[in-house]
Design a protein around this ligand. Structure first.
Ligand code: HEC
Ligand code: HEC
Length: 334
């Protein structure tokens, strides 16, 4: 009897000590995300791991839909003159982004924003630089009708697809009998996009326990990212984005989020982009004005007006900037 009481007390004791240890770690983390003190990497990693990473196999996937969506993603017939597919701008060999500052659509027309990656977009809450679309399905048909992208009407795309026997057979296999519709078209493309997930990177192997996966420079870069440079204030979570909008003061005429919400305070704000596969997706920022990762790391906006509260000025040495770049390079899939 006595012994079991003792064991009970021992267990209770462990529970309380354990709990307070956890709460110390937690309160430390939350304090540190607002301070400039270097953050202990292991604490931040704990925070990262808590947000569950969706593994490819956890996303519910219908393979036939994915094949159909993939065919559509690469099909230039979705555009007015049969020259531009989604993959023209979201180039698979360029991190599913474009190598130009702004992409060229039908008739060589220039868009006004840099093409972001399609990697991991199924995990986003809002789409486009200004967050104007709420789902992949809603997003998928936007480029088709955009006059400077694919310049085609959905009506024409549906009529082209419905006349193409190999498409009608493929759509029927997935969605049953009936005409190809706007909904089935968007759904198939979105289903393919769900499978465009960045692969195992050196950083992922490092947080999984392979301490050799990052070079000493990249490790210093990781500490800077979470600490002195405070990049994690906005580039947080498994995909290195808070999903929020911030004004980094690029100084162009694009008002970004402001156009969507109509709020004065949102003028010049853009969605924090993912940093996954960032080494493959140059040039950078919403207008593609930044050519290299070195420039991106050194960039600190134009003027002080409208500086984001999370975007505190940091004075990094040249060596620290190099370490940060090394860390950013470790976020690319292999
Ligand atoms: C002419 C180039 C071009 C074509 C073609 C194109 N896109 Fe895009 N895509 C862009 C640009 C530019 C943006 C960002 C636009 C903005 O934010 O206003 C974008 C944004 C996106 C996003 C949102 C990413 C994010 O981070 O929010 C997704 C998803 C996407 N495109 C998928 C597609 C699909 C699917 C197709 C084909 C149906 C397609 N795109 C065709 C240039 C293109
Ligand atoms: C205040 C929030 C915030 C902080 C802090 C921040 N970023 Fe960003 N970052 C953004 C936003 C928002 C953009 C897009 C801005 C735009 O295009 O107008 C961006 C863009 C980038 C890009 C270009 C990505 C692309 O696909 O075009 C890189 C690289 C980058 N940040 C790295 C960093 C690094 C490294 C740090 C730390 C030194 C950092 N950021 C700190 C919010 C932030």
């Amino acid at each position: 009897m006595k012994r079991s009481l003792l064991i009970l007390f021992a267990i209770l004791g462990m529970f309380f000590i354990g709990n307070s240890a956890i709460s110390i770690i937690m309160s430390d983390t939350s304090k540190e995300s607002f301070s400039r003190e270097p953050v202990n990497t292991s604490v931040v990693m704990l925070q990262d791991i808590k947000i569950k990473l969706k593994k490819p196999e956890e996303v519910s996937i219908n393979n036939k839909k994915v094949d159909l969506g993939q065919r559509l993603f690469f099909d230039p017939n979705l555009s007015k003159d049969g020259t531009v597919s989604c993959a023209t701008c979201h180039k698979p060999d360029h991190g599913f982004a474009d190598d130009k500052p702004v992409s060229l659509g039908v008739n060589g027309q220039k868009g006004d924003r840099n093409t972001p990656t399609v990697f991991n977009t199924s995990r986003l809450k809002l789409f486009f630089w200004d967050g104007r679309a709420m789902s992949l399905e809603e997003q998928a048909l936007g480029p088709v009708e955009n006059p400077v992208e694919m310049g085609e009407t959905i009506k024409n795309v549906l009529s082209k697809l419905n006349k193409n026997e190999s498409y009608t057979i493929q759509f029927e296999e997935v969605y049953g009998k009936g005409k190809i519709t706007k909904e089935t078209l968007a759904n198939a493309i979105a289903e393919f996009e769900k499978t465009v997930i960045s692969k195992d990177s050196d950083y992922d192997r490092f947080i999984a326990g392979d301490v050799m996966a990052l070079s000493p420079n990249a490790k210093r870069g990781l500490d800077l990212f979470n600490g002195k440079a405070m990049c994690i204030a906005c580039h947080s979570g498994p995909d290195f984005t808070d999903g929020e909008f911030h004004n980094l003061r690029l100084g162009d005429s694009d008002i970004g989020r402001g156009k969507i919400t109509g709020m004065l305070e949102d003028i010049g704000k853009f969605k924090t982009p993912t940093l996954r596969d960032i080494a493959n997706t140059a040039p950078y920022f919403h207008n593609g004005q930044i050519k290299t990762l070195e420039e991106a790391v050194a960039f600190d906006g134009i003027g002080e007006k409208n500086r984001d509260p999370l975007d505190l000025p940091v004075n990094l040495t040249k060596a620290e900037e190099k370490d940060l770049v090394e860390f950013l390079k470790s976020l690319s899939g292999r």
